[in-house]
Every structure is written in C-alpha cells, then in structure tokens.
Design a binder for this molecule. Structure first.
Ligand SMILES: Nc1ncnc2c1ncn2[C@@H]1O[C@H](COP(=O)(O)OP(=O)(O)OP(=O)(O)O)[C@@H](O)[C@H]1O
Ligand SMILES: [Mg+2]
Length: 372
C-alpha cells in the first residue's frame, strides 16, 4: 500500500508530525475553547482535523462530528448538512435515528432515505424561512445538549457561509456555543480574507468568540525523517539528497510533498535516485500542461507576465521595485494592478510576514512550470 495519502486521512501511522498543533488543539478543546483554524490551501488543515478527532475519540472519549460545507450555498443547505452530520454521528441504528428526527424535527417533514449503493442513511428536512433555520438549529443544539458525552464538531471550509445570502448561521451558532457546555467547535478554512472577516470584524456575530490558529509547513527535519521512514518501511531505499531535493522543490508544502512522494513510491523500484525525481518532476508538469496553458487565455498579457515573473523569482516582496519592473519590462502601476488581480483570483498568494508582504505563485506545480 502506498503510505503517502493525497486525498484523505490515512490514520496516525501515515501522518507526519503536527504534534505541537494537536497538543494545542486538544488543550483548547478540553479547556472549553472553540477555535478557528486557517492556513494556505493544501497545507493539511483537513488532515489535521481528522488527526485531532482521532485522538479526541480515542483518548478523551469525545463524540466527533465532521462536516465540509464547501458545496452548500444557503442557510437551508447548511442546516440540512449540519443536522445530517450530527444525527448520523450521534446515533447509528435506524430506529433511534427515526425516533430522534420525529421528536426533534417533526414539523420540518423529515425524510430518511438509504443510499442503495453505499447503504448510508441521509435525512432531508423541509426548511424554508429564516425562522425555520433558527428553530431547527435550536432543536439540533438541544439534541446535542441531551447527550451525556462531550462533543467536538468541526466545520471545514467555514468561509463558505460568507457566500450565503444574508446568513443567520454565525449568529445562531454563536448564541448556542455560549449555552452548550458539552459542545466545542472548530471552524476551518483557507480563504483568509473571507474567513477572517467572519471572525475579526467587530460587526460580525462571531467577532472575538473563538481562539485562532494558523497552520504552517511541517518543519524540514520532521518531514525528511517521515519520508525516509515511509520508504524504508516499504523496503525502498531513498537517498538523503533526494529527500532534500523533494522538500526544496515542493517548498515543504504538504499536498505537493505527499503527491511527489506518492508518485515516487509508486515507481516499482527498490532504490530511488535523483534521476527518478527529476523524471517525475518533468512528467508531473507535463501532465498538467493543458490546465496551465489555459491561464494564458484567461489572463491579460501583463497579468501573465507578472505571474511568470513571480514564478521565475520564486517569491517577491514587491512588484513596484525598479529591479522588477525593468527586468520584466512593466510599468510600476500596471505591475501592481496585475498583482492585485492575481492575488484576488488566488493565483498568487500574499503572505504576511514580520518584515512585510511576500508574494509567490499559489499553486506550486504551476509555479515550477512557469519558471521553466
Ligand atoms: N501531517 C500530514 N502528514 C501526511 N499527510 C498529510 C498531513 N497533513 C495533510 N496530509 C495529506 O495531504 C493532503 C492535503 O492535505 P489536506 O487536504 O488536509 O489540506 P487542506 O489544508 O485541508 O487543503 P484545502 O485547503 O484544499 O482544503 C491530504 O491527502 C492529507 O491527508
Ligand atoms: Mg481541506
């Protein structure tokens, strides 16, 4: 089995480090503090949530609910998904599920159906008005309060609620969080400006209500040791030099590192050499070429020039400097406007550091392809 997971959490054996992060998260949960977790895309938030919930279940006897709300678009769809996740985690036999939904949500005409392929149950409630959204959430929290066990609920891609038309979700959750002692929540996401505006804007209901944590890259020595161990366990040899080059090429960014290691592991070889990595890098970029080429059509000439220039430089602190503008033949104001567009479209990431801002191409593979 390939030990490098790229689409889901593979369990603690295949999870690298995050010890300090998990300790901090467990400390906050067990001391009654809810939390907001954010980071760049693909750094490992979802994996970390599953890893945290693994320990909360195993060592702290929590009931753990996880939901990803990326495909919801309104308060009604949120409530349906939230209720489904809570009920289906709390109760596992159909008879109890039926009794609970009838007792707690009877007036929303609940329907319980079973997926014929997976055998998984799902609940559908008929919720239409703002009042029904609020009342059905009230009923869900009442149900959660009635549980004897401590409950941890993680809502992934939480920034999505910022896209709902006039949402009442954040206000209702905030009200219940302060009244529900046995429930702690974790809100996670990556679209920093959307997410932070939900929590750091004094006009928003969630303002100041939860602790905040940013996730960073896994430290080099930990990732390097992990990669070595995973290859070694699979009776494959990998040189320190190759590991060093992988982490340098991927900037230790979790998803890309996992991906490259997954592909290298999949080669039917007992020893991985630098030439294998080199070939792999070339192949991966070739496979993605069509997607990358399409950026040329959707961006203006200047935007594409700035994107390519940032990739070539690896990262830049400003695009207005004389060095940058004369190297790439751009006017300072055009370069700045293009940069703002690229940041807005999440093609370029704006990293806030103690010394100021730093910009790099968000998708690492795109960055490596452009610099070529
Ligand atoms: N510490 C880790 N060790 C090993 N694999 C990890 C680790 N963290 C994450 N992964 C794996 O890397 C992949 C990408 O991580 P994940 O999906 O958790 O990132 P994310 O920050 O939630 O991304 P997105 O912003 O797109 O939601 C997943 O397959 C995940 O299992
Ligand atoms: Mg995620």
């Amino acid at each position: 089995m390939n030990p490098f997971f790229i689409q889901q959490y593979g369990g603690p054996k295949f999870f690298c480090d995050r010890e300090k992060e998990v300790a901090r998260l467990i400390e906050s949960v067990t001391n009654n503090r809810s939390l907001m977790l954010h980071s760049m895309r693909r750094l490992g938030k979802t994996g970390l949530i599953h890893h945290l919930q693994y320990y909360l279940k195993k060592k702290h006897k929590y009931t753990c609910v996880y939901l990803d709300i990326l495909d919801t678009d309104s308060d009604e769809s949120f409530v349906n998904q939230f209720i489904n996740a809570c009920i289906l985690t709390l109760f596992d036999d159909q008879a109890t599920i039926l009794t609970k939904i009838t007792n707690y949500f009877g007036k929303y005409k609940p329907k319980l159906s079973i997926d014929t392929l997976t055998g998984n149950p799902s609940i559908e409630l008929d919720i239409k008005t703002n009042k029904e959204v609020e009342l059905s959430l009230d009923a869900t929290f009442k149900l959660l309060r009635s549980s004897k066990k401590p409950i941890h609920i993680a809502i992934d891609e939480f920034q999505q609620i910022g896209q709902y038309p006039s949402t009442k979700i954040d206000a209702t959750i905030r009200k219940h969080l302060s009244q529900t002692k046995n429930v702690k929540m974790l809100f996670s996401g990556s679209q920093r400006h959307l997410l932070l505006s939900l929590f750091n804007n004094p006009k928003k209901p969630m303002f100041g209500s939860v602790e905040q944590m940013e996730l960073y890259e896994i430290p080099y020595p930990k990732y390097s040791k992990f990669i070595h161990k995973m290859f070694h366990n699979g009776k494959k040899n990998i040189d320190e030099r190759v590991i060093h080059n992988i982490l340098k090429w991927t900037r230790s960014h979790t998803f890309y590192t996992q991906y490259v290691c997954n592909r290298l592991y999949a080669l039917n070889k007992s020893s991985i050499k630098e030439i294998d990595l080199y070939r792999m890098q070339k192949q991966v970029l070739n496979e993605m070429q069509m997607t990358f080429l399409s950026y040329r059509n959707i961006l203006s000439k200047n935007q594409y020039t700035v994107l390519k220039a940032i990739a070539t430089e690896s990262s830049v602190k400003t695009v207005r400097s004389k060095d940058f503008t004369s190297s790439y033949n751009l006017a300072s104001s055009t370069a700045q406007q293009s940069l703002e567009y690229l940041v807005d479209k999440e093609l370029v990431y704006e990293k806030l550091t103690e010394e100021g801002k730093e910009y790099f191409v968000y998708d690492l593979f795109l960055s490596r392809w452009l610099e070529k």
